[in-house]
Ligand binder design. Sequence first.
Ligand code: WQD
Length: 346
Amino acid sequence: MKKMILVTGGTGYIGSHTSVELINEGFEVLIADNLSNSDISVLDGIEKITGTRPLFEKTDLSDAIQTQKLFEKYPGISAIIHFAAYKAVGESVSIPLKYYYNNLNSLMLLLKNMEEKGIQNLVFSSSCTVYGEPDTLPVTESSAIKPASSPYGNTKQVCEEILRDTSAANDNLKIISLRYFNPIGAHPSALIGELPLGIPNNLVPFITQTAIGLREELKVFGVDYNTPDGSAIRDYINVVDLSKAHVTAIKRLLENKNRKKLETFNLGTGNGFSVLEVIKAFEKASGEKLKYKIVGRREGDVEKVYADTQLANTELGWKAGTGLEETLLSAWKWEKQLRKNKNQAK
Ligand code: WQD
């Protein structure tokens, strides 16, 4: 009998790639998503890659009735991976209440239903934003949690506090919180990938949209940082490598291998690359010349952040292995496929 995993936000970027890896590992996947920031056609991509169409329920997980109905309809859920959240840093500054209401309520309703239904296993999608501008690098899981630089980042911090307190109070709850660094790239099949709605916030989709001619030029937000080439440094992690870490975490919980009721792992590569280095790597990988302009810093950006990945490597037994150029090429292949699909649809 296949174990059923509930993947909230499963038609989203990381959720869809994780659903593919879960199905490949023999799990049954139930996706609950309100489709506010993703498209139902992602299910077709998952099915084409794996040969299996995941179960899907359109659900607003911040709505108590809808969430309760989901758990009543599917009594056999063995574990949950919770991706569903709003995640645009800039938008969270202008409409913070939307972020607090959705991101906190959806987690609390999940935990409430887990307690009522006796579901014990939860993997939570967290973020390196909890570290803010780190005092020392690379950041470990015990590095200081800095005051969040955005309401989005604060919702991740508050969610981690909710997980800390509920797992301490509930003997049956086993939780793993995964702190992502910068997820980039797409599935090598180019059947699923990042689908930013409107103008992308993040670097890599902006690069590929510029290269394909959708955007006039890339703006590089500042070259006056204290880094070798002046541009900011991040830890860019391949989305498929990241997704595989979620399967490893789910197995760890289902096999009761977790050492603590709440475990936290950094998911990065351990390598930091600057914006200008990413641009050069993209040009080398794609053969495209990228048009970009240096402008001022973006509000809220940190100068440098990259992960110490030892804990995930040794304890979780997971390591990101895909290089930056290969990952950027997968993003480029996906962008070209997207445009082809759009042109064919016309
Ligand atoms: C990366 C670098 C920008 C766009 C955010 C969230 C984080 C996670 C990943 C959800 C920075 C520079 C970017 C552009 C640029 N999301 N840049 N021109 O801000 O590190 O992290 O996304 O979990 O939580 O905070 O990612 O891709 O926006 O920026 O120069 O058009 O690229 O200044 O140095 P970020 P990003």
